[in-house]
Write a protein that binds this ligand. Structure first.
Ligand code: MCA
Ligand code: AMP
Length: 469
């Protein structure tokens, strides 16, 4: 079956099947727009795209996938360090740019391929091999610059088919969300999902409660920050009553938000769990119970296990807590150009180490307890590596030492908090400095200037002591 099955085969000419913000296209029109991009991409292996939340991004990504190229989405607000790293590390030889947009400096060194919404083509491109790479998604680790997760077309298809089964996702649905188009949640589930499974799509531009409320969807996607903002806006929440399914993911949904949404919308939110490297692996089902604080059962074909620090498998008794490891058809192919990180991410018998700590009930229900390392922070659903922010801070001449941690935040779940030993610098200046180098969401919300960082006998910073009081 073609990766974007419905798009490839659809004959539907309804003009508003795929809507992004205030512009919409039919299935047939999207296919012809994408074919025109694909015509330009013949022979291109990897193509980068500035993944703004626009119809141009949808057309560009679909065009690249139609041509069999691997898509490298660049976050539109990525700072110069991040952007440069993604473009260089991915070795993308072409850059998709909306017609009329200024050619960027990086673009000059690559073939610039226009995304022109006035151009259509009827070329029928052969379906690429399912083993080919669909996406290279850059994601933060605990240290260093983000790594490119290489995700095959086959993995994307397996994930979407698993979700169709779990959520009874069909062409009768209208999916609504406003998530960024450079991560698994917004791009794979939120765009490629409808294009494979045939539901309509309405991307509302920004994930604001009033926009969700006005969209009349049957299925809504959000990260917990979005759901908690909706729960705080009773009118917006009540407007979601006619929907079929509300889905949360990318971070833990607080039980209080689950309860408030149940009261206001009449829906018990379906929660699912995943990672960039594994795609979605565990989910609550549309036809089953939904329990606050739990993420449900493995998707079809996915296997999970809990292991202790020695690598021994723990019982699924609802009490034993260990690292969640997963295997199955949705796993990525590895980190680009990073054989060591790649080897470290898997066990010798081929399971992926998620780094998340979980429990599993005897009936198979998974509960995510937290992360094993304090060095990965989740803020508003974005994954932020402490090491990358520390490196950015250390590039400032007034910073001698820096330690970055996640601290609780009422809206974002966690906020980035930096402890800095410096010479005559102030917090606001450092926040601004990081914001100029990295994406906006990676900048610290708070900088605490300290005389020294707590260290153990080996000189390693003890981050748990930073937040102990
Ligand atoms: C925005 N800001 C943030 C965040 N988002 N700061 C820290 N953490 C954040 N997550 C900054 C903005 O740049 C802005 O800065 C200021 O905070 C106020 O923004 P605000 O208008 O309140 O925020 P927003 O633009 O409404 O964004 C909130 C958001 C957004 C909609 C929750 O963070 C978001 O779209 N998150 C989704 C992330 C996501 O899709 N993750 C999926 C990856 P300034 O004032 O300087 O302008 S996870 C994944 O793919 C896996 C597989 C999975 O399980 O899904
Ligand atoms: P990312 O690679 O950006 O998708 O981030 C993946 C991480 O998000 C996982 O390792 C988890 O820590 C977290 N995550 C995703 N979904 C959930 C969820 N439903 N509950 C708790 N944590 C989640």
């Amino acid at each position: 079956m073609p990766l974007l099955n419905w798009l490839t085969k659809g004959t539907d000419e309804r003009p508003d099947a795929i809507r992004v913000d205030d512009r919409a296209v039919s299935w047939v029109e999207l296919r012809r727009l994408a074919a025109a991009v694909a015509d330009e991409l013949r022979g291109v292996d990897r193509v980068a795209i500035e993944a703004t939340a626009t119809l141009e991004t949808v057309v560009g990504v679909v065009g690249a996938l139609t041509a069999g190229a691997a898509v490298v989405p660049v976050p539109p607000d990525a700072g110069p360090m991040e952007r440069d790293h993604i473009l260089r590390d991915s070795e993308a030889t072409a850059l998709l740019v909306p017609t009329g947009a200024a050619r960027t400096a990086e673009g000059a060194a690559r073939t610039v391929v226009p995304i022109d919404l006035t151009r259509r083509s009827d070329t029928v491109h052969p379906e690429p091999d399912p083993a080919r790479t669909a996406l290279i998604l850059y994601t933060s680790g605990t240290t260093g610059a983000p790594k490119g997760a290489v995700i095959s077309r086959r993995a994307v298809a397996a994930c979407l088919d698993g979700l169709a089964d779990a959520w009874a996702w069909t062409p009768d649905d209208l999916l609504v969300h406003g998530l960024p188009l450079f991560h698994v949640h917004g791009l794979v589930l939120g765009v490629l999902g409808p294009l494979r499974l045939g539901s309509g799509l309405h991307h509302v531009g920004r994930a604001r409660p009033d926009r969700y409320a006005a969209a009349n969807g049957s299925m809504y996607f959000g990260v917990p920050t979005v759901w908690s903002r909706i729960a705080a806006d009773a009118d917006a929440a009540r407007a979601l009553r006619p929907a079929r399914l509300l889905v949360s993911g990318s971070a833990a949904l607080p039980a209080a938000v689950f309860a408030d949404l149940a009261t206001l919308t009449g829906h018990r939110v379906v929660e699912r769990y995943g990672m960039t490297e594994t795609l979605i692996t565990v989910s609550t089902r549309a036809d089953g119970p939904r329990r606050p604080g739990t993420v449900g059962l493995p998707l079809p074909g996915v296997l999970t296990r809990l292991v202790d620090d020695d690598g021994d498998v723990l019982p699924a008794d609802g009490a034993a807590m260990g690292e969640l490891q997963v295997t199955g058809p949705t796993l990525f192919d590895g980190y680009l150009n990073r054989p060591e990180a790649d080897a470290a991410s898997r066990t010798p018998d081929g399971w992926f180490r998620t780094g998340d700590v979980a429990t599993v009930d005897p009936d198979g229900w998974h509960r995510i307890v937290g992360r094993a390392s304090t060095d990965l922070i989740k803020s508003g659903g974005y994954r932020i590596g402490a090491g990358e922010v520390e490196d950015a801070l250390l590039a400032h001449p007034g910073v001698r030492e820096a330690a970055v941690v996640g601290t609780p935040h009422p809206d974002l779940g966690q906020q980035v908090t930096a402890y800095v030993v410096g010479d005559g610098v102030d917090g606001a200046e450092l926040i601004d400095f990081v914001a100029r180098h990295l994406s906006a969401h990676k900048r610290p919300r708070e900088v605490r200037l300290v005389d020294a960082l707590p260290r153990n006998a080996l000189g390693k910073v003890q981050k748990t002591r930073l937040t102990a009081d």
